[in-house]
Design a protein around this ligand. Sequence first.
Ligand SMILES: Nc1ncnc2c1ncn2[C@@H]1O[C@H](COP(=O)(O)OP(=O)(O)OP(=O)(O)O)[C@@H](O)[C@H]1O
Length: 217
Amino acid sequence: MISFKNVCKRFPDGFNALKNIDFTIEKGEMVFVTGHSGAGKSTLLKLIAAIERSTTGSIIISGQNINQLKRSAVPFLRRNIGFIFQDQKVLFDRTVFDNVLLPLQIGGFERKSTSSRIRAALDKVGLLEKEKAFPIALSGGERQRLCIARAVVHRPVILIADEPTGNLDMDYARDIMSMFTSFHQVGVTVLIATHDATILENTTHRILALDHGKLLA
Ligand SMILES: Nc1ncnc2c1ncn2[C@@H]1O[C@H](COP(=O)(O)OP(=O)(O)OP(=O)(O)O)[C@@H](O)[C@H]1O
């Protein structure tokens, strides 16, 4: 489902953030990406959603080489992917409902199905009762659940989360992780970047460890 072959990422300033990365993630697998701050975790995740482009190598997502993808085809790739950003990107001037609506509007989804899709996504993360609230009135854990609802509202086959438990205490973090596990259990391919030792120590899932842009064996 996701395959990296000899992938390198060099930023325009000459910094090599990823060096000869090779791995394959099977459909329905749940995988963690770990490594020190600056190891290249976010860069790796962004390559999968074509938010960044690799410098060399090939990245195959669902049989498609995304290095050869034209800009106009990127929205179609993203229809298959839900992305939870490290910095959340919540819009504070919109309600919970309207935050979740946004990706459907951008993705050009049919209007008549949007309300039911949004409510189903909010229900999955336990935020249905807060649909009219503004993000400022949510706790940290609830705000992260809002980000998850927004990432899954278009029912992606791949879910990517960048440090989803970063600022949360242990109970909230456990709660968020169990949501990812339930998406994995219904067949979604889940990829999570984290350096949360508690999560990594207790997982049975595969861990890809990065060190200064290299994947450790
Ligand atoms: N646009 C950019 N231009 C130049 N360097 C960049 C750019 N984006 C990231 N980097 C550098 O690439 C390296 C990897 O960054 P990345 O954000 O992928 O690390 P990370 O492992 O996710 O770190 P953290 O855990 O702190 O989020 C860092 O040294 C970072 O400064």
